[in-house]
Design a binder for this molecule. Sequence first.
Ligand SMILES: [Zn+2]
Length: 86
Amino acid sequence: MLTCRDLVAQSSDLLDGELSFKQRLAVRTHLAMCFRCRRFVRQLRVSQRVIKHMPDTPMPDLERLLKTMLEQRTAQSSEKGQQDKH
Ligand SMILES: [Zn+2]
């Protein structure tokens, strides 16, 4: 019997279609009974699709975007910290 841990370990192979028939059957049986793993696999599918459909963003742009987001977050949290002191 497959445990939730086993399923998580095999989930990326499952989505890539790299499991054998037997393994797939075990995964499907577990998914039929386990709501949490069903939700997990569904979320994994969605995020995989998002990654695949993402335009080929040049890395420097992505890094700059992440840095900007991070800086904004830091600025917001330090502002909030000052407000909390009053
Ligand atoms: Zn499970």
